[in-house]
Design a protein around this ligand. Structure first.
Ligand SMILES: Cc1ncc(COP(=O)(O)O)c(C=O)c1O
Length: 369
């Protein structure tokens, strides 16, 4: 029986037990844009908080939002389905395409919602976990597994959560050629803009090849700091989009999220958010350097988040929370020696490094204590 998936971000009950509020802590546990929503997006949401907007149901077809996404991605609106965050889309893919008893490959360690969604539908998850010490995917090993077990879907997070590994278009094309499969590829590009690589290979396949065995998952909540509002979208061939749409509850994307999305996707707003994330990647590089200088082992990452080996992740998280710093315990990813840290603003990153040095959570000192 699948169980709910642990996540990063704030555990409101835990904070209440500690006598803290979300304002008291710095959150390094969720991978999101620390600069928050663009002022134009906030203004658009405020302007939309009117009795008529709230009294009516949202536009079921998200017409304006689909047009805005299509313009931003330079693809046909028929290839797009807006959703209540990328997370809803994960569940819709499972609902639409997974049959009880069928086999599925999830390139792990990765986001826990994929396995849960597959299992809720009665699907079987094949055993695969990238090898230590770096937990980077090996294309030949994966292709051999696919040829052997013939899974019906293959789930890939790119860049990956939690490792930050990015597979380029060339590498993915190589993987597909080696795998020789008719399987449905589910490519989660929620963190596409949180890596130095901006190429959306999923979009490339769908838009240029008329590719039908592919669903691309995208999130607007991370890039635009809108996790509390929920907004994502699918890119896929029209027949796949139609099956996802049938699986989706009516009015899933609320009116304020639709307004926020349309504004967030305006070229000037996108460009500014993109500049913020480029800055974030520079702050992240400084943070990785400072942690490495302090003696911590980091796994290679292309993103603004990274896995840091501290020996006992649950204990590290607990200790850092006493300093009002929240990090993600890697245990539920199958990595109980690692915490995942998402870089924040420079002064906040410096506080984390200072606390980690003070606590001596370096792998050796910590695991021997
Ligand atoms: C890989 C991945 N996909 C999807 C999601 C969910 O994104 P959203 O907030 O758009 O639902 C997350 C959230 O942490 C994630 O890490």
């Amino acid at each position: 029986m699948p169980t709910p998936v642990p996540h990063g971000d704030i555990d409101y009950g835990e904070l209440a037990r500690l006598g803290l509020t979300p304002h008291d802590i710095i959150d390094f546990s969720a991978n999101s844009n620390p600069f928050g929503p663009h002022p134009a997006v906030l203004a658009a949401i405020r302007a939309a908080v009117t009795a008529p907007v709230l009294r009516h149901y949202p536009d079921r077809d998200c017409l304006a939002l689909r047009q805005a996404i299509a313009a931003a991605e330079a693809i046909d609106p028929a290839l797009i389905l807006p959703t209540n965050g990328a997370n809803e889309l994960i569940q819709l893919v499972a609902l639409a395409f997974i049959k009880p008893g069928s086999r599925h490959l999830i390139l792990s360690p990765t986001f826990g919602e994929y396995a849960r969604a597959v299992q809720v539908m009665g699907g079987q998850v094949l055993p695969y976990f990238a090898s230590p010490p770096d937990y980077q995917h090996d294309v030949e090993q994966i292709a051999a597994l696919i040829r052997r077990y013939r899974p019906e879907t293959i789930w890939l997070c790119n860049p990956n959560n939690p490792t930050g590994q990015y597979l380029s278009l060339a590498t993915l094309n190589e993987l597909r050629a080696l795998a020789q499969t008719e399987a449905l590829w589910v490519v989660d590009e929620s963190y596409q803009y949180f890596s130095a690589f901006e190429e959306s290979l999923g979009r490339h396949w769908v838009a240029t090849g008329g590719e039908t065995n592919l669903v691309v998952l995208r999130s607007l909540t991370k890039e635009h700091g809108l996790a509390g509002l929920r907004l994502g979208f699918a890119i896929a061939a029209p027949e796949r989009i139609e099956r996802l749409r049938v699986a989706q509850p009516a009015w899933s994307v609320n009116s304020l999220a639709q307004v926020a999305g349309v504004t967030a996707l305006q070229p000037a707003v996108r460009a500014e958010q993109r500049r913020n994330i480029t800055q974030l990647l520079a702050h992240a590089a400084d943070l990785w350097r400072d942690l490495a200088d302090a003696g911590f082992k980091l796994l290679p990452t292309t993103t603004s988040y990274a896995l840091i080996q501290t020996g006992q992740a649950a204990l590290t998280r607990q200790k850092l929370l006493q300093h009002r710093l929240l990090v993600r315990d890697g245990t539920s990813f199958g990595l109980p020696e690692y915490v995942r840290i998402a870089a924040q603003r420079p002064e906040q990153n410096r506080r984390l490094v200072a606390a980690m040095k003070e606590m001596e959570v370096g792998s050796k000192k910590w695991s021997n204590s």
